[in-house]
Every structure is written in structure tokens, then in C-alpha cells.
Ligand binder design. Structure first.
Ligand code: T3D
Length: 263
């Protein structure tokens, strides 16, 4: 499929999805949502893909919803934003959180509104030092969506989540890393190499084990210790039957690097 609003390609087991509306800081319109959905479906279908890199073109990562597409004005007609969430943002966040491969987000510039929370839905977030995160929703009279009210308190605690959401202030990438919102902040010139390196490492890893680890870590917040131990047992059982486990043990015993196949 050819795309107009994203760039998509695959190399060495790593798929790369670049939001590509730089003149709008990669804000989402319906067409870009549809293209991202199609690209994520392609990642789901292609067994040769073992990791996904998500990033943005130009000086921004993503400015959330394209507000030029919202024909609202004081005193004018209302718009059903719930329909937009249901059609676009909800499936997007759920796809990223359940994708069959690990997802690295390279935040190359400002991430605002749904754009910030899209990044937080990814497994590893690495940001350029010049990037920033803004929960811009409060400036529009909206609630943080795309998982914002779920991710923020879990990642940085309620006090900081509340400050970010109620004030809509810009959080620098350095602060985001120091607060535990993201994995790492790196110099701008290093972002590409660091993000690609992470993807390459993950793409050579035991894919099913990595994705099961994500599943278990996400489940932990809602589980009792007992439930979590049950989940770990069940996941470990399934993984223990897999080829990657056998390869991992054989590589360790044979004092060589493992050659995982994702099976
Ligand atoms: O509606 C629904 O479906 C519900 C779901 C909502 C989810 C959401 O994401 S709501 C939140 C929407 N996003 C925002 O409120 C962020 C709006 N943007 C900004 O606040 C600022 O642009 C930034 C802080 C992100 C960056 O500021 P700055 O000064 O670096 O850049 P700029 O000059 O504001 O933006 C550059 C261009 O991008 C500019 O266009 P121009 O003047 O050069 O022609 C600007 O209008 C455009 N742009 C930036 N963000 C958006 C946008 N155009 C449309 N929609 C945007 N969200």
C-alpha cells in the first residue's frame, strides 16, 4: 500500500513508521489514522518483523488531533468527540499495547495532546533532548485521552500526573526521563542511532518472551500478587515450550550468542 501521511518500511526485521505531516507537527487527521492502522496491521501480519520503531518527521513528533479538522466555534454546533476516540484513538492505543512485537518510540520533537500519550503507549520511549511532552488537553477544556489518565499516574504518580494534566505545561525530555515517564533522553544527534540500536537489539531477541514480559508488566497494576504469580506461571509455561527458550539455554550452555527466531 502507498501512504500519503506516514512513511512505512521494513529493514532487518525492524519496521519503521514515521508520522509524516511535518507542516502540522504530525497532528492526526482521519486519513493519517487510517494509514497508521493499516501499517500496524501489516506489522501484525508479517512474521519477518520483530520490532517496530515509531517516530515523527520534521521538528515535531506529534501534536495530537489536527484541530483544523474540528469545525467548532463558540456558540456553534457541538461535535461528538467520543466518536472520534472510539474510531481512531482507542484502537490506536490498544494496537500498540498489544502488538505482536516490541515497540520503540523515538520522540524527535514536541509531543502534545494525544501525541504525548501515543508515545507513552509504546514499550520503550527514547526522546531527543530538544523534545518535550505537553498534556495540552486542559487548554481545550478536554480530559487527557489516548490513555493519558491511565499512563500518567502509573508512570509518574498522581501528584505529578495532576500537575501535568491540569496545567498543560511543557515537560522537557530531560525532566521526562528524570521523572520516569520515559526510558531515556539522548542528545538530538544520537536519537536515530540509539532508537535504531534498541530496535535492532529487540528484533534479534526472543519476541514472544519480550511481548509476554510486556503483558505481565501491564497486568501487574490490576492484579493481586497471587494473580500475578498465576500469570507468570502460565506465561512461563507457554514460553518454556517455545523454540527460543531451548535456543537460549543451548546458547548459554554452549557459551555462544543465542540466535533467537521469535518462535
Ligand atoms: O478531537 C478529537 O478527536 C478528540 C481527541 C483529541 C486528542 C488531542 O490530541 S486534543 C489536543 C490537540 N493538540 C493540541 O492542542 C496541541 C496544539 N498545538 C500546540 O499547542 C503547539 O503547536 C505546540 C505546543 C505543539 C508546538 O508549538 P510551536 O510553537 O512549536 O509550533 P506552532 O507554531 O504552534 O505549530 C507549527 C504549525 O503546526 C502551525 O501551523 P502554521 O502556523 O505554521 O501554519 C500550527 O498551527 C500547526 N499545528 C500544531 N499543532 C496542531 C497544528 N495544526 C493543527 N492541529 C494541531 N494539533
Amino acid at each position: 500500500m502507498s501512504y500519503q501521511h506516514i512513511l512505512y518500511g521494513c529493514d532487518g526485521g525492524v519496521a519503521r513508521l514515521t508520522l509524516n505531516r511535518p507542516q502540522r507537527l504530525n497532528a492526526f487527521n482521519d486519513a493519517m489514522h487510517a494509514e497508521v492502522r493499516e501499517a500496524l496491521a501489516e506489522v501484525g501480519r508479517d512474521p519477518s518483523i520483530r520490532a517496530l520503531l515509531l517516530t515523527g518527521a520534521g521538528r515535531g513528533f506529534c501534536a495530537g488531533q489536527d484541530l483544523d479538522d474540528r469545525a467548532v466555534a463558540p456558540g456553534g454546533d457541538a461535535v461528538d468527540l467520543g466518536a472520534s476516540i472510539e474510531r481512531n484513538y482507542r484502537p490506536l492505543v490498544l494496537s500498540l499495547r498489544t502488538l505482536r512485537v516490541p515497540v520503540v518510540c523515538a520522540v524527535n520533537g514536541v509531543a502534545a495532546g494525544a501525541g504525548a500519550n501515543l508515545a507513552l503507549a509504546c514499550d520503550l520511549v527514547v526522546a531527543a533532548r530538544s523534545a518535550s511532552f505537553i498534556q495540552a488537553f486542559c487548554k481545550l477544556g478536554l480530559v487527557p485521552d489516548s490513555g493519558g489518565t491511565y499512563f500518567l499516574p502509573r508512570l509518574v504518580g498522581t501528584a505529578r500526573a495532576m500537575g501535568l494534566a491540569l496545567l498543560g505545561e511543557r515537560l522537557t525530555a530531560d525532566e521526562a526521563a528524570a521523572w520516569g515517564l520515559i526510558w531515556r533522553c539522548v542528545d538530538d544527534a544520537e536519537l536515530e542511532a540509539v532508537a535504531t540500536g534498541l530496535c535492532t537489539q529487540l528484533a534479534q531477541g526472543p519476541t514472544r518472551g519480550l511481548v509476554a514480559t510486556r503483558q505481565a508488566l501491564h497486568a501487574a497494576a490490576g492484579n493481586s500478587l497471587d494473580q500475578q504469580l498465576d500469570l507468570e506461571r502460565d506465561l512461563q509455561r507457554a514460553l518454556g515450550y517455545g523454540e527460543d527458550y531451548r535456543e537460549g539455554v543451548a546458547a548459554f550452555v554452549g557459551k555462544r550468542a543465542p540466535r533467537f527466531t521469535g518462535r
